[in-house]
Design a protein around this ligand. Sequence first.
Ligand SMILES: C[S@@+](CC[C@H](N)C(=O)[O-])C[C@H]1O[C@@H](n2cnc3c(N)ncnc32)[C@H](O)[C@@H]1O
Length: 455
Amino acid sequence: MTKIMVSSDIQKNHFKIASCEKKYFQKCQIYTPNSIIKKIWQMIHERQNYYGTVLDLGAGDGRFSQYGNYGQYLGIEIDKNSAIIPNMPSNASIINQCAFSFKESNFDLCIGNPPYVRHQELEASWKREHAKILSEQLNENFTQSANIFVYFLAQALLKTTDNGLVSLVIPYEWVSRPSTQSIRNYINKNKWSVHVYRFKHDVFSKVLTTASITIIDKKDKNNAWNYYEIEHDLSIEKIEQPTGTDKKLLDYSPREKSIYSQRGLSPGKQNIFCLTEEERQKHNLKVGRDVLPCVVSLKPLAKKHKVLTKKLFEKLYVQNNQRCWLVNSQTLAISKNLLKYFDGIPYEDRNTWTCNNRDVWWKFHSVQAPTFLYASAFTSHGPKVVINRVGAISVNSAPGIYTKTKVNLYKFLNYIKNYDFESRIVNHSGKLKRIEINQMNSVIQEFLQKEKVYE
Ligand SMILES: C[S@@+](CC[C@H](N)C(=O)[O-])C[C@H]1O[C@@H](n2cnc3c(N)ncnc32)[C@H](O)[C@@H]1O
């Protein structure tokens, strides 16, 4: 008979993962189409025709229990109001509990589709506590800045037997992102085999990520990483590289001293710290004294642009009322007008972790303007990149490249503009590709090696 049990942590309603339970559920309650669930069972039965015990962390309505040849299916679902599929098999049950307080382990199979919620939307205390526990259990440095599915993936690996199987629907990007490095290390240390099937179509239309079926086979100790693509009709084709091209994934390299990429400054809420021209004028803030040019996005620029000159900045950013003036909070003699501006910001607008953790809520460490500005995301070929002649400070999603040694700027610019990023990076969501800071550092090092400017 199907049992639905309510654990004590749910009864007490201890919901600690996110500040707003409702919003968290809205973000993560996205269900897997039955056709895909059937396909997953077919794929895992090709490896083994029967699984004794099956665990589904974040089970939702328990739909993964409908198919498959198993002894016992146990779903763990945090939402006590979650519906349950009609006619759930008699050897399946769901417990209302948080997947991270569930103590049992040694399951033969861990199956399912865990929630995807960005780390920024998770409670800091929850992340701290669980990243620490997972770091100890994996004996790897599990980062707090991982999407919640990474916590679930770690949990699935820990909850299965030494010869068990993990089969989850998770974002494809886990094969390359720095936030999943600890998981990849843990898998490689144990020499397990990995099969990652990337969906070529959008499986979950509302989710901004490319989905995969990931199978980690603990029984197969070859430590082989295999990649495949899944077509719309769910047929599968093997691919040689995770990039889906014949090119290898771009490595992550630490920065060199002479030329390096660095993420944009994070001063706090953009509408407080990065002003538009209209806002600057309204508050009588002087360019150079109270505000400095900044770039928060390269969207106003075209791919053909090579240099961000004063004239272009004026036309595309200032006159277009873009957020392009960074408050100069580091100046020693802060003007009356700037102080008045800060004093006028209501407390509730600046009540953020960043502002609350500063001695003076608006005072942040200054950074220099980079030599080049580039966009971290792109859809084809490579990111937009320009020489930063206007001395704009890079903020948030506009990282910069700093040069501490003499480089031929145009030669470097052309190298970056002509670099085939597209075939060496894994899709982030749909057509969008994101280049990580340390991947750009690898490209820079390839340039330096080519130019032989190493001492
Ligand atoms: C993406 S849905 C998938 C539901 C179902 N397994 C499916 O594939 O259709 C993720 C589920 O995980 C549940 N969930 C989120 N956080 C959880 C937690 N910490 N413990 C247990 N369940 C959780 C959500 O309520 C949601 O039902």
